[in-house]
Design a protein around this ligand. Structure first.
Ligand code: MCA
Ligand code: AMP
Length: 493
């Protein structure tokens, strides 16, 4: 997103990143990302959209690598830091990555795989030596990033955004939420999804603001940063607000007073990635003095709808279309529904992604004939405010803010030699939004040990996708067509 990088020269001496006790300026980001670009380019002049994957801890190096890949003309593919090897392998193979950049602690995880596949592995050491190289000129239509999202297919799809898409996603939020160079935000979100990458990192850095990182989510460390007055903005998923409230309730009265007083000075607090329960919104208002700004987005479109920065933020609603984003609600025949009726959310605008990586057919099917992206989410609009009612597909689960495909988990479970059949559903849960649950039918003469299945799954999937409830059943509830009736299945848990 080269405009983002051009912007940095306006704020050379501002603090860009604070992480691991180090403070780094925009000047350092420009200088080091240029060296990284020269390093990945090697003897070439332009990466020409080659995919560069990176597994780098949140902080200066993460942003430096991302910017370096963009400056060299590559497509940035951030890897999840907690994915087990099979998931990482899938992304590297699907994108056909030519290079992987890693923080030293991830070298051992990827070294053999990289060697096997002939992928160049760059291990970040200390500061990069200054390398001079002329950077390629990059048109905004060029593809910039691939993020993986689970959907209604059994395998995750790579969502491709161009520099232009990212620019539109960032500028829409910078305008709507009045970002400025006086802002300072804390980022505790994973950096392989839009929420952490675009809404927090890119918006902050586009504005000349500073972005502070924690290595992982930790409620006590977050409140510590809040009470030191080090940030004035915070954005998170509902599960994080739930966990922060739980931690707050465990504090002494004095500590609570300190945290509350600090939070009252914030400029803005935002929730998104999953529906914000009204109970969490209300509790948070009591302890922080903030009415959370709830917004709605998706990997394919960035942010689309948000409650107003100035104006009423309605509990249970996600607000109005964000700047530059067009929204329609339609019925099954793609006709606009009447005001107050529910319909599928369609989105158009420069913010909308270009394609699913190497999946032409799925890309085509995800747009209407006249070019509107079909989100699969159902909403109604009342007095100009949109309310998300649910999703078209029961096979998409949202847990901890992560989108999870029930079909993907089923596919893996079915490869277990003891399992004959299975079905996965999401169960409503206050903390996680939904919890993943799996019903399993054993193969004849096989017994199922749930603990064994759990460990077996953990080698194959990240923790957030692991079923939290299992039930061994004789058969799955099916309709007359033989299809599993997932709503009936939910009742047996
Ligand atoms: C982790 N655990 C879970 C789950 N995840 N249990 C049930 N359901 C889950 N989903 C368990 C772990 O197995 C472990 O328990 C314990 O919780 C702690 O695990 P850990 O991985 O350390 O979890 P955490 O660090 O406490 O994570 C909670 C979290 C995380 C911080 C809320 O889930 C998170 O960062 N979520 C944000 C995801 C996000 O950014 N989504 C945006 C994508 P045990 O030891 O027993 O196993 S959506 C997006 O980008 C769109 C565009 C949008 O609209 O924003
Ligand atoms: P992802 O594909 O991981 O980006 O997740 C996008 C999905 O998260 C959307 O399609 C919605 O189903 C859901 N989502 C995001 N924000 C909200 C919100 N504020 N309320 C309800 N659902 C949301």
């Amino acid at each position: 997103m080269l405009d983002l990088i051009d912007q940095a020269s306006k704020y050379l001496h501002n603090t860009a990143i604070v992480a691991d006790g180090h403070t780094r300026t925009y000047e350092a980001l420009l200088q080091q990302s240029s060296s990284l670009a020269a390093l990945v380019l090697d003897d070439e002049s332009d990466l020409r959209e080659r995919r560069v994957a990176y597994m780098v801890t949140p902080g200066f190096d993460y942003v430096m690598v991302q910017w370096g890949i963009w400056r060299a003309g590559g497509i940035a593919v951030p890897l999840c830091l907690t994915h087990p090897l099979p998931s990482l392998k899938y992304v590297l193979e699907d994108t056909d990555a030519s290079t992987i950049v890693v923080s030293p602690q991830y070298e051992n995880i990827l070294k053999d795989l990289a060697a096997q596949k002939g992928i160049r592995l760059i291990v970040l050491q200390n500061e990069l030596a200054a390398l001079e190289k002329v950077m390629p000129s990059i048109l905004p239509e060029r593809r910039a990033m691939i993020l993986y999202t689970s959907g209604t297919t059994s395998l995750p799809k790579g969502v491709v955004t161009t520099h232009n898409n990212l620019q539109a996603q960032i500028t829409s939020l910078v305008k709507a939420w009045e970002w400025s160079s006086d802002d300072a935000i804390l980022n505790v979100l994973p950096l392989h999804h839009v929420h952490g990458i675009v809404n927090v990192n890119c918006c902050a850095l586009y504005s000349g603001a500073s972005c502070r990182f924690l290595p992982a989510f930790n409620a006590a460390a977050i409140f510590d940063i809040f009470t030191r007055g080090q940030v004035n903005l915070f954005m998170a998923v509902p599960t994080i607000y739930y966990k922060l409230i739980a931690h707050y309730e465990s504090l002494s009265a004095d500590e609570q007073r300190n945290v509350s007083a600090a939070m009252k000075k914030f400029r803005l607090m935002v929730s998104g990635s999953a529906a914000l329960p009204v109970t969490i919104m209300e509790k948070w208002r009591k302890i922080s003095g903030h009415v959370l700004l709830e917004r709605y987005g998706m990997t394919e479109i960035g942010m689309a709808i948000g409650n107003p920065y100035d104006g009423e933020r309605k509990a249970g609603f996600v607000g109005m279309p964000l700047p530059g984003v067009h929204i329609r609600l339609v019925d099954d025949d793609f006709h606009d529904v009447k005001m107050g009726e529910s319909g599928e959310v369609l989105v158009k605008g420069e913010n909308v992604f270009s394609e699913y990586w190497n999946r032409q057919e799925e890309t085509k099917n995800s747009f209407s004939a006249d070019g509107w992206f079909k989100t699969g989410d159902v909403a109604i609009c009342e007095n100009g405010y949109y309310r998300i009612m649910g999703r078209n597909s029961i096979d998409i689960i949202k847990s901890g803010g992560y989108k999870i495909s029930a079909l993907e988990i089923e596919e893996i479970l079915r490869t277990n030699p003891r399992i004959k059949d299975c079905a996965v559903v999401g169960l409503e849960n206050e903390e996680w939004g939904e919890l993943v649950a799996a019903a399993i039918v054993a193969k004849e003469n096989q017994s199922i040990d749930i603990n064994m299945i759990d460990s077996w799954m953990r080698e194959r999937m990240p923790a957030y996708r692991i079923p939290r409830h299992y039930k061994v059943v004789d058969e799955l509830p099916r309709n007359t067509m033989g299809k599993v009736v997932k709503n009936d299945l939910k009742k047996i848990f």
